[in-house]
Design a protein around this ligand. Structure first.
Ligand code: HEM
Length: 501
């Protein structure tokens, strides 16, 4: 007993009991001076922070990225500087819509977030398991998310709202087709790909910029659940991803991904027949083949989930020299949105928390505020402002300038001109990539997800499917009839005509 670690108060004083309150006599009330009881109850009341507004349910791991191919002709980022170079990574995978207690094996898009702790600061790759997204303009993002979350009156998820929104935003058909396909319920994060989805950029030591897409290809192979398998699994455990991932890593069976990029020379973007900065589109692999970069291996379970995964703050605004943005307007909005979310969810100094703190020296002039628990490393004790007279104090580095991001055009609100453009890639996915059995499962998965929607919403959505391919519309129409979905179960609230765009 005497060798055991001794309990202390949070102020470090030895503490006498963690089980017995101090009372006035054996049957008397608790004394106010039993401050440590108050401290303990107060701590319990403060154990929660707001959950993420989206992607609240997640699973994380720590690991390593190793360069296997030389891409220095595209990027001068130090993490890619030589073959064999290793960088520590913190990953977090997530579902989008469910709350923190949601079941893991639900049909949803999965988040795929990676924090690379490079010697030049943190690079956050905040992607999904799909190469495209539902919408291409940030104005639509909050409304889209509202349709994925709970209805304000029923407090239930609402297929009526989801398909109403999607039917009026046909650019989402590519992503919805992927979501309702076999890939909509991965077995666990080890069996899915990750994508940066947006077009990003890289630049090399000569200041030459390239547009790039990020791909993380699972080396475990794709594995998915059908709706029926997922339902049976959720009946047994709601935590299947956490269980699978945690156990894989504990057993030394480390999940791995091959990091690959697609590269487009900067000038080429101007002459393409599709907008390479439109998040609802992929780049054809035959024109922009995948180029290997390295291997991501997740090999350590965090010792404390809350500290490393709940406190993890990923943001597309965290980029390093050699990796940049693109004119993608969704990406531009995300650059603002995430850090704002972190300041609300975690506090002003969230970047200094262990999950987020860079592994390289940090010198900035941000000052005080809640949880300012780290010293000011400005290089001189009197240098708490800038510019200043002190030779040893931190100064901005002109060498950190990136080549100019060439963006042409007049400020305006642009809508896509070619109305058919949104249907071309989903059509190829439906008619050329999927086989009959996959298409059949897609029809039934979608019909299940649509029940119950009003007739107006159903018909409008079926018209969107018809524009992709007549068989798509016919297949879902038939599945709705045979699966017995009651299209009239919710009163018709909207009788707008089907989209003509
Ligand atoms: C304008 C569009 C978007 C906005 C405004 C937005 C905003 C947000 C916000 C506020 C969060 C919560 C952050 C937190 O509290 O930690 C979040 C999480 C997340 N978003 Fe987005 N998002 C957008 C689009 C996207 C897209 C296109 C992707 C993927 C390509 C994506 C992937 C993620 C992921 C993976 C997370 C979870 C990060 C984590 O693991 O902590 N989001 N998003």
């Amino acid at each position: 007993m005497s060798d055991r670690t001794k309990l202390t108060t949070s102020a470090g004083a030895p503490w006498v009991s963690n089980e017995t309150s101090e009372t006035a006599g054996p049957r008397g009330p608790v004394l106010m001076q039993d401050y440590q009881l108050i401290e303990k109850l107060a701590h319990q009341n403060r154990e929660r922070i707001p959950e993420r507004t989206v992607h609240a349910k997640g699973w994380g791991a720590q690991g390593t990225f190793t360069v296997t191919n030389d891409i220095t002709k595209y990027s001068c980022a130090k993490l890619f500087s030589e073959i064999g170079k290793q960088t520590e990574v913190l990953s977090r995978w997530s579902t989008v819509a469910g709350e923190m207690g949601a079941a893991d094996a639900e049909r949803d898009v999965r988040g795929f977030s990676l924090k690379f702790y490079t010697e030049d600061g943190n690079w956050d790759m905040v992607g999904n398991n799909t190469p495209v997204f539902f919408v291409r303009d940030a104005y639509k993002f909050p409304d889209f998310i509202h349709t994925q979350k709970r209805h304000p009156r029923t407090n239930l998820r609402s297929p009526e709202a989801m398909f109403d929104f999607w039917g009026r935003s046909p650019e989402c058909i590519h992503q919805v087709t992927i979501l309702m396909s076999d890939r909509g319920i991965p077995k666990n994060p080890a069996h899915m790909n990750g994508y940066g989805s947006h077009t990003y950029s890289m630049w090399n030591a000569d200041g030459e910029r390239f547009w790039v897409k990020f791909h993380f290809k699972t080396l475990q192979g794709h594995k998915h659940y059908t709706n029926a398998e997922a339902e049976a699994l959720i009946g047994k455990t709601r935590e299947s991803y956490q269980e699978d991932l945690f156990n894989m890593i504990e057993e030394g069976n480390f999940p791995k991904w091959r990091f690959m990029i697609q590269v487009m020379p900067e000038k080429e973007a101007e002459n393409l027949d599709f907008n390479p900065f439109d998040l609802t589109k992929v780049w054809p692999h035959k024109d922009y083949p995948l180029i290997e970069v390295g291997i991501l291996e997740m090999n350590r379970n965090p010792d404390n989930y809350f500290q490393m995964v709940e406190n993890a703050a990923y943001s597309p605004s965290n980029k390093v020299l050699g990796i940049g943005y693109s004119p993608d307007k969704m990406l531009q909005a995300r650059v603002f949105s995430y850090a704002d979310a972190h300041r609300y969810r975690l506090g002003t100094h969230y970047e200094a928390l262990p999950a987020n703190a860079p592994k390289c020296p940090v010198h900035h002039y941000h000052k005080d505020g809640p949880m300012r628990f780290f010293p000011a490393e400005t290089g001189h004790p009197d240098a708490y402002y800038s510019p200043n007279q002190y030779e040893s104090a931190a100064v901005a580095d002109p060498a950190a300038a990136e080549p100019p991001l060439r963006i042409n055009g007049d400020a305006d609100r642009y809508v896509q001109e070619d109305a058919d453009a949104d249907y071309i890639q989903p059509r190829a996915l439906y008619a050329e990539v999927m086989d009959d059995a996959e298409r059949d499962r897609l029809h039934h998965n979608m019909a299940e997800a649509m029940g119950p929607c009003s007739e107006a919403v159903t018909e409008r959505w079926l018209a969107v499917l018809g524009r992709v391919h007549p068989d798509y519309e016919a297949g879902v129409r038939k599945a709705l009839a045979t699966d017995g979905s009651d299209v009239n179960a919710v009163p018709v609230t909207n009788d707008s005509p089907v989209p003509t765009k």
